[in-house]
Design a protein around this ligand. Structure first.
Ligand SMILES: *Cc1c(COP(=O)(O)O)cnc(C)c1O
Length: 359
């Protein structure tokens, strides 16, 4: 097999980004302390910054989004409680069942609608009456973006208002909250003041529908490690104890927090570039035979293989890999754009797909 060693296009996930030279410089320059003693100035600065950006009292730096969601669910719920969540939500499906395993908090998964939402009627029907037969329904957990889809803002308001009215807490897995905010801001007619002001405003509007929000720095924002959990001081005091139990109390973690702060300062507005490349990829793929291409909202493109292409699905990933292109899936492929993918990489990917499908 001929191997193109020149071009590497890693479209498996937006987690694969390398810290930029400027980010590395910010990390090296960061003042450090011991965060278990709350004495790391760079961690404290990040926590204050993200809490203020999203309109919360406080925030807690977390090693991973998984630990952030776990701490959130366990801080909202007690043993024997349950949380309502989507079948495809990361905190239900992709986190090893942590809330159930480690916290004895049972999920109540609901099927998604085509747009990624959970039907309000389904949420309402899933809330159990106060009866010894049932787990106590305590929390609604949503995710935005979900599989790259922006949840309609009206829906987010309605679902979280329903949960509030029924006495549930509301948690947002906002691993890609800033991707959501970039898309939502583009849908509004911008007032054109400070560049990006509308994006931070939309991020805050989404976040403020919830009691807690988890944000990933290691996805599209391009930091090597870390998430933040935002909420009230009282909620975060409980989450802090759980983070300690989960082994997430880190020491000179300002090195990592500085990367996240740099990402917030420099990598939020550029998410629009990732979204534009995802659009370009989807448009190019739509011209090819044997593919059903979903129109991406943000930085994730899903493509189903059909007919003859489906019959050769097993050959496609190695064919792409031999050309330096990495993607995940089999019959349903996932392409994720990010900081380390450029227009040339997308054209290279389209050329390879064309070559494969026309063979
Ligand atoms: C990646 C991701 C997480 C978990 O983050 P890790 O840092 O990989 O543990 C949680 N939720 C969503 C939606 C994610 O995409």
């Amino acid at each position: 097999m001929k191997v193109n060693t020149m071009m590497k296009v890693d479209l498996r996930s937006d987690t694969v980004t390398q810290p930029t030279p400027a980010m590395r410089a910010a990390m090296l320059a960061a003042p450090l302390g011991d965060d278990v003693f709350a004495g790391d100035p760079s961690v404290n600065a990040l926590q204050e910054k993200i809490a203020a950006l999203l309109g919360f009292e406080a925030a807690l730096f977390m090693p991973t989004g998984t630990q952030s969601n776990l701490c959130a669910i366990l801080a909202h719920c007690q043993r024997g409680d349950e949380y309502i969540v989507g079948q495809f939500a990361h905190c239900y499906r992709w986190e090893g069942g942590g809330a159930a395993v480690l916290g004895s908090v049972q999920p109540q998964p609901l099927n998604h609608q085509a747009d990624g939402t959970l039907a309000l009627a389904d949420i309402e029907a899933a809330i159990k009456p106060d009866d010894a037969h049932f787990a106590r329904t305590r929390l609604l957990a949503l995710e935005n973006t979900l599989g790259g889809k922006l949840l309609p803002f009206d829906y987010v308001q309605q679902a979280t208002e329903l949960a509030r009215a029924k006495g549930l807490s509301r948690h947002l897995d906002g691993a890609r909250l800033f991707n959501a905010a970039v898309v939502q801001a583009a849908q509004q007619s911008s007032t054109g003041d400070t560049p990006g002001a509308d994006i931070f405003l939309e991020a805050r509007r989404i976040a403020q529908c919830f009691d807690s929000v988890s944000v990933c720095f290691s996805k599209g924002l391009g930091a090597p490690v870390g998430s933040a959990l935002c909420g009230s001081r009282e909620f975060l005091a409980r989450a802090h104890r759980i983070r300690k139990m989960a082994g997430g109390g880190m020491r000179q973690s300002g090195l990592l927090a500085a990367a996240a702060t740099h990402a917030l300062d420099h990598h939020v507005l550029r998410l629009a570039d990732d979204h534009a490349l995802a659009q370009r990829l989807a448009e190019g793929l739509r011209d090819l035979p044997g593919l059903a291409v979903e129109t991406p909202h943000s930085n994730i493109v899903f493509v189903d293989l059909e007919d003859a292409a489906k019959a050769r699905a097993g050959e496609l990933i190695p064919f792409l890999a031999a050309r330096g292109i990495l993607v995940t899936g089999l019959y349903r492929l996932r392409f994720v754009t990010h900081l380390d993918v450029d227009a040339a990489g997308i054209e290279h990917t389209l050329a390879a797909m064309r070559e494969f499908l026309r063979a």
